[in-house]
Design a binder for this molecule. Structure first.
Ligand SMILES: [Ca+2]
Ligand SMILES: [Ca+2]
Length: 191
């Protein structure tokens, strides 16, 4: 009986110690990394992006909380864009949480198509954002920050297919209206 009680007390002590240690520290389980676009959402494409920044725009809204759900203000947060086939002209951004523990960053100068995943890192804690599907005028694999002949060749290979990479108007197919959009961004590049 005494031994059971002792074990129970030790368990409580460990939990309390952990609570003291982690209150006020960013927590992956309660913090948020919410990714959205200004484009009309559809089942395939969630934005058509151009490295010149004149396509659609991604907004990453973050909330930093400790493991007890308390929001944390004044915390630096690094928002990192996806790598792989994506090319972001400006790289990652550092923002600071406001009185509500919130901060946001926008990204509109990038290339690359496919599922994009942004993430946040704050004080050693990383939270992955939700996936969004990016169509791009800079659709090389990997993208290179410029819309050029190689992108046109790839667009041409998608023409009259349902490839979402080049379905800029989110119609479900790659047609003349997508070509008109591609043409309007031709030779655009990172500023
Ligand atoms: Ca390109
Ligand atoms: Ca289309």
């Amino acid at each position: 009986m005494l031994k059971k009680l002792l074990v129970a007390c030790l368990g409580t002590a460990v939990v309390l110690a952990a609570g003291v240690a982690f209150a006020g520290v960013p927590c992956a389980g309660t913090s948020e990394c919410n990714v959205s676009t200004n484009a009309t959402l559809c089942t395939s494409t969630e934005g058509a992006f151009c490295p010149a920044g004149d396509g659609d725009m991604v907004t990453v809204d973050v909330v930093i909380r400790d493991c007890y759900g308390n929001t944390l203000s004044g915390r630096d947060v690094t928002i990192t864009p996806p790598g792989g086939n994506f090319f972001f002209c400006g790289g990652s951004q550092v923002v600071t949480t406001d009185a509500l523990g919130e901060a946001s960053a926008t990204f509109d100068e990038f290339g690359g198509c496919g599922f994009a995943q942004f993430s946040l890192t704050s004080e050693g804690v990383t939270v992955q954002g939700n996936l969004i599907y990016s169509a791009s005028f800079d659709n090389d694999e990997p993208a290179n920050g410029a819309v050029s002949a190689t992108d046109f060749a790839r667009f041409a290979s998608h023409y009259l297919t349902t490839n979402p990479c080049s379905d800029y108007d989110c119609s479900g197919g790659v047609t003349a209206s997508d070509f008109a959009r591609f043409a309007s961004h031709y030779l655009h590049q990172c500023p």
